[in-house]
Design a protein around this ligand. Structure first.
Ligand SMILES: [Fe+2]
Length: 281
């Protein structure tokens, strides 16, 4: 039995609440085929994996994430730090990357390569799969038939509006979608991107979204990860949403980021002006 398969046997995996697992394993050695399958199975079952004390080059991180999805050359990989001119130090409300496109990113990963731990910087996560399971049957049935309208925002819920100008880009999709790999249903409605329920009056729409959000953003559905140097986090960008508080620029916080997705933002929305983002402008 290979090392990774031993490492993920129940005794060595630390299960977190309300979801996610921490695995004690050094990822710098490439996986063999059996380990790669075990890694994929674990990821799509748990949706959130933490490996501590990792040292991975960008290429090594890309090779790992390619086991879980498609890494498009020149897209989705880069470095994030407070003065990076990509997303800088602004707070990000709960979101899923590229949620207003037909094909959002599938997988995201961050490796803390240079971090001042005294800042206590954290990233929050909530699960749309778990939130759907927590709903009472009647509400779950109601949301199963719901369509919702997405707007692209820079993960800032104050920029959402239910009065959408005709020329503003939007996407209408079901509030409950099935995961492309596992087929499991999940709630995909997002406080910084889901503007309204198009078939309802504004008041009904607001009330419905607030009800849905009360399950997704319930404190019992949230995991907050406080970063340490060398932490490597991988999460499913469809099952889970993420957020962060504003960063304090006095503290170092350099993250090596690799995302997997089937299409770039530009391929999906050619004339959408969202600004610079990992090689796209
Ligand atoms: Fe994000």
């Amino acid at each position: 039995m290979s090392d990774f398969i031993v490492a993920i046997s129940e005794a060595r995996v630390r299960r977190l609440e309300p979801f996610g697992v921490e695995i004690d394993f050094d990822l710098s050695r490439p996986f063999d085929a059996r380990e790669a399958k075990a890694f994929r199975d674990l990821f799509f079952r748990e949706n959130w994996l933490l490996f501590r004390n990792q040292q991975l080059t960008m290429d090594e991180q890309i090779r790992l994430i390619e086991l879980l999805g498609t890494v498009i050359p020149g897209f989705g990989a880069g470095y994030l730090y407070p003065e990076d001119k990509v997303i800088g130090s602004i707070p990000l409300d709960y979101h899923s990357d590229m949620s207003a496109t037909p094909m959002p990113l599938d997988v995201l990963s961050l490796l803390a390569i240079d971090l001042d731990e005294t800042a206590g910087t954290w990233t929050g996560f909530v699960s749309g799969k778990r939130a759907l399971n927590q709903m009472p049957d009647a509400l779950r049935k109601q949301v199963a038939d719901l369509e919702v309208t997405f707007l692209q925002t820079p993960a800032d819920k104050s920029q959402l509006t239910d009065e959408i100008p005709d020329d503003r880009y939007r996407l209408v999709r079901p509030a409950v979608i099935n995961h492309r790999i596992t087929g499991e249903p999940l709630l995909y409605t997002i406080e910084s991107a889901t503007a309204l329920v198009p078939d309802m009056s504004r008041a009904e729409s607001r009330e419905m979204l607030d009800r849905i959000f009360s399950y997704i953003y319930a404190p019992t559905n949230e995991l907050r990860h406080v970063w340490k140097q060398g932490d490597f986090l991988i999460w499913d960008n469809i099952f889970l949403q993420h957020c962060r508080p504003p960063l304090d620029e006095r503290y170092r916080r350099r993250m090596q980021r690799v995302g997997a997705g089937r299409k770039t933002l530009r391929e999906q929305i050619p004339d959408y002006g969202f600004g610079a983002f990992f090689g796209e402008d």
